[in-house]
Design a protein around this ligand. Sequence first.
Ligand SMILES: Nc1ncnc2c1ncn2[C@@H]1O[C@H](COP(=O)(O)OP(=O)(O)OP(=O)(O)O)[C@@H](O)[C@H]1O
Length: 246
Amino acid sequence: MTNNPLLETKSIRKSFGGVVAVRDVSFRVSHGEILGLIGPNGAGKTTLFHVIAGKEQPTNGTIHFKSQDVTGLRPDQRCHLGIARTFQIPQPFSQMTVFENVMVALHFGAGQHTGSLEDEASRILARVGLDRWASEESSSLPLGARKKLELARALATKPTLLLLDEVMGGLRPNEITEVMATIREVRESGVTIIMIEHVMRAVMGLADRIIVLHHGELIAEGSPAEITRNEAVIEAYLGGSAHVSS
Ligand SMILES: Nc1ncnc2c1ncn2[C@@H]1O[C@H](COP(=O)(O)OP(=O)(O)OP(=O)(O)O)[C@@H](O)[C@H]1O
């Protein structure tokens, strides 16, 4: 642990024409933390991830990672520095097998490898519970396995910071419990995590701290218990279709 945050966003704004998707959002993430990022549909969560990962340039504001200003860097450069992400809709190389997908990510990432890449790919697949799917073509996977493959590919790049965009979405209750255990293990291995999640059981059970976006603005920040009681958060959610509950 150091006192410097691992990630710091300062006044991030992202506009698409007249739509302000993210409005002057500043927050910090400490080393080893699991930060939950929640908010109703259209709140700006995925756009904020795009800006942190480099897929979108902010209209204003800066991003520092490991005390370095990474605002102008491309996604691949940020990945090599240690930022990895998953996508809400899994995006594997569909004609490749599960194993090959992980091998590509291992080649691409900047991590140090102790043994062979093949052994490492097998270890990562076992870690996310995908070992029995290793030789399947990724296009043939059911949703739960595709979500796990997203996680495996992100882990294979050896991130310091892992951005998880709704990894639980569409999973069955037993799969959610499994993936929660994997995420805990990943954090214990020293990876810092920011997770966008609509499955409240998962985010309330995993996050040390939660930040809440609504109409692009950061409206609340606190522990899961504080967020559950926060009036502004309850109002934001009751205005939509979801409920905040642990
Ligand atoms: N490329 C784009 N062009 C125009 N508007 C966009 C673009 N991307 C996002 N938006 C708009 O920005 C706002 C925030 O969208 P975003 O996908 O970031 O929300 P979200 O919180 O991730 O939502 P969800 O929980 O439904 O995934 C929405 O109004 C959306 O329509």
